[in-house]
Design a binder for this molecule. Structure first.
Ligand SMILES: [Zn+2]
Length: 267
C-alpha cells in the first residue's frame, strides 16, 4: 500500500510536467521550417491598424512574427510572447522572423509620390495569385497600382526602401523595370516603367523616397513595346528562403499598411 502511494507521488508530478510540455509543444506546432514558404505566410495579411501598433512597439520583428503565428496568419490582435517559439523551435522561429524582416523592416514610403492634387488618387486591388497568360500560364506575382491619369510617364515611382540597384533594364514581361535589394534582404521590383529618372547602374545605392522612374505601360514584347495594357505600376516583393532563391509575397497588405507614408513632390 505504502509502496503504491510512493509510486503515485512520483508519477503524478512527472505526468503533470509531461502534459505541460506536450501542451506547450502543441501551441508551437503551427511553426515548421517551411512556414516562410506557405501560402498563408506569402499572403502577408496584416491590417494597417496592426501595422501602426506594431510600428510603435519597439520590437517590430518579434512582435510581428508572433502576432502572425498566434493569429493564424490573419491576425486581429497583437501578440508579443515569443518564449515558447524560441524555446521549442528556435531555428524555425528565427527563419520566419528573418522572412518577415525582409518584407517589412525596410519600408519607408508608398511607391508613388503625391503632388497635392486631390484628383490624382492611386488605386490598387488584391490580385496576387490571379491567372496571367502572357508568356505562358502563370500567376500574378505582385500588385498593380493605377493612377486616375492614364498617361504614361506622369506619376513618379519612388523607391519604398533604401537599398541597392540589383537589376535594371528591359524584360519581355516587365518592360523597363528596376529591382532594389533592401538591407534586410527583400527584393523590391518595379515594372512597366515608361523610363528611368536617371542612368542607374547595377550596384548604385538608392534612398527611400528617391524617384526611380515613371509609371508606364511597357512590356509584353521586345524592347520598346508599350500600350499592350493600361498604364500602371507593377510592384513585386521577393525574398530568399531555404528552398527558393526568389519567392514572391503579396505586396497588397504591405501597400495598404504604408498607404499614408506618402512623399510629396511636384509633377
Ligand atoms: Zn502586375
Amino acid at each position: 500500500m505504502r509502496k503504491n502511494i510512493l509510486i503515485l507521488c512520483v508519477m503524478i508530478p512527472i505526468l503533470v510536467i509531461m502534459t505541460d510540455i506536450l501542451m506547450k509543444r502543441s501551441q508551437v506546432s503551427c511553426l515548421s521550417e517551411n512556414t516562410c514558404e506557405t501560402a498563408e505566410f506569402r499572403e502577408q495579411h496584416l491590417s494597417g491598424r496592426l501595422y501602426e501598433e506594431l510600428s510603435g512597439s519597439g520590437n517590430f520583428a518579434d512582435d510581428l512574427t508572433v502576432t502572425m503565428l498566434h493569429g493564424k496568419f490573419s491576425p486581429d490582435e497583437i501578440w508579443t510572447d515569443s518564449v515558447l517559439y524560441r524555446k521549442y523551435k528556435p531555428t524555425e522561429y528565427f527563419r520566419l522572423r528573418k522572412a518577415y524582416q525582409a518584407v517589412w523592416l525596410d519600408l519607408k514610403y508608398f511607391p508613388i509620390a503625391d503632388n497635392g492634387h486631390s484628383g490624382d488618387k492611386i488605386s490598387f486591388e488584391n490580385t496576387y495569385g490571379a491567372p496571367r497568360t502572357y508568356g505562358g500560364r502563370r500567376i500574378h506575382e505582385g500588385c498593380d497600382l493605377f493612377g486616375e491619369k492614364k498617361q504614361s510617364g506622369y506619376y513618379p515611382v519612388l523607391s519604398m526602401t533604401d537599398g541597392t540597384v540589383e537589376k535594371i533594364g528591359w524584360l519581355p514581361l516587365g518592360g523597363y523595370r528596376i529591382g532594389i535589394r533592401a538591407s534586410y534582404g527583400g527584393y523590391f521590383y518595379y515594372a512597366h516603367l515608361s523610363g528611368y529618372e536617371k542612368e542607374f547602374k547595377e550596384g548604385d545605392p538608392v534612398e527611400a523616397g528617391e524617384i526611380l522612374g515613371y509609371m508606364g505601360n511597357t512590356g509584353y514584347g521586345e524592347e520598346g513595346t508599350a500600350a499592350m495594357f493600361p498604364v500602371h505600376l507593377h510592384l513585386g516583393i521577393y525574398i530568399e528562403t531555404p528552398n527558393h532563391k526568389e519567392l514572391s509575397v503579396n505586396p497588397y497588405w504591405v501597400l495598404k499598411a504604408i498607404s499614408k507614408k506618402i512623399r510629396n513632390c511636384s509633377y
